[in-house]
Design a binder for this molecule. Sequence first.
Ligand code: NAI
Length: 505
Amino acid sequence: MSALSSNALVAVIGAGAMGAGIAQVAAQAGHPVKLYDNRPGAAAQAVAGIDRQLGRLVEKGKLQPQAREAISARLQPVEAIETLADARLVIEAIVENLQVKQQLLQQLESLCAEDCILASNTSSLSITGLAAGLQRPQQVVGMHFFNPAPLMALVEIVSGLATAPAIANTLYETAKVWGKKPVHTRSTPGFIVNRVARPFYAESLRLLQEGAADCATLDALLRDAGGFRMGAFELTDLIGHDVNYAVTCSVFEAFYGDFRFQPSLVQKELVDAGRLGRKSGQGFYSYTDGAERPPAAELHSQASTECCVVEGQLGALHPLVARLRDSGLAITERAGNGLLRVGDATLALSDGRLASQRAREDGLRNLVLVDLALDYQAATRIAISWSADTSAEARDQAVALLQRAGLKVTGIADLPGLVVLRTVAMLANEAADAVLQGVGSAADIDLAMCAGVNYPRGPLAWAEQLGVGHTLRVLENLQASYGESRYRPSLLLRRSAEQGANLHD
Ligand code: NAI
């Protein structure tokens, strides 16, 4: 299946933030583009805005002046929808309202040629529902860009029940030619990104609610250990709590109240208070002039450590051994069950049990649990938690060991799965369920999370690196600790662990 030819006319309807961005992308790819908005003058204003954006690219040396002229010449604002009749592809980016979008699609169907592709940029409405009642529902497809469209690489190509595979494939290939990273997905709540990303926010909100640590500390851990660009609190402050909470509520309702997607009372309270984040001057953090971000909590140890013992394979934690060795520590390796011993302390990667529970069940004295890091060689901070009967001296020795390797060490309350491990396990769980339910392929889901929300690694690839069996154990232990269906492991994880198969197989 091939892409639309670059001389095919593309019509964009809705000249807001998304419509203008999409029009720019299509024009930059060489298409003649007509932009229409039912607010008089809005399309012309948007085209002028795009030209200014292109001007900035010229100033920065990223675009030739002739290219700017050519792109702007291809963009035509129009004031009458009838002028879109000769479009080969129409992309609507109007108000997020099912009835209004349906009416528009009906009008377009009678206006445009039979083979015209009718695409919607909706982020939450069903493509199946949008196409229902049309004469040619097979022509309707989701083309979900991310904001800002000219910069964000991901485009979700969403097939509804009636969408013709050839139409979805043509748009997929077209998006590629436009320099985007398209993925195929089905019309299910949240598509890929808005579904799979829910636990990123939800687990931090829950950790905050349960007193694991403060916002700044949890954010720092997701950044400095997890490798995410932002923590969940700074990110939701940026997105706006009204917007982020509404997306969570809509996905929760669309899944008939599945507790996996349960919204947070902590976030609802911010919305109720009008603390919407950056745009209102206050969210989890203050954005008033001169407001300073509180520092992340950190433990300091004066204990001196010269040696440690590695017993068996530490699993995903093993790369830390090389870092400890590089810091000049004497390391003894011997057989065992994946434990790291220093002085009186025993360190281990969390398996999702409380430290106190694991210490009792496994008969481990002075247990200190270590969180997951994206890359133990590159991380700058790591979280630990410890059992109620771990002595202060032993904890100090564990902190000293990690400090010696150049890590900042943050202590958090004894909660199952710490911070990064629990977040990654839940992201992988949601991604696995989406694969199981045919929402997308494992490769497309990983790509979507990296290109759409800048995750440092696809959740499924991350689970494979952590070990599918270990990821499953973390979720089982979370579920046992909380007794909630929210943490129930996806059947795909269980099946892959049973079969010893990778999630991308
Ligand atoms: P916006 O409010 O900035 O722009 C919407 C534009 O559509 C306005 O200019 C409005 O005058 C026009 N419009 C409304 N009804 C119309 C109609 N019947 N006919 C013609 N024009 C009409 O909205 P935004 O943010 O650009 O979103 C547009 C669509 O894109 C929505 O479906 C939204 O869910 C989706 N989306 C938004 C993202 C975002 O981050 N803002 C990201 C991805 C998708």
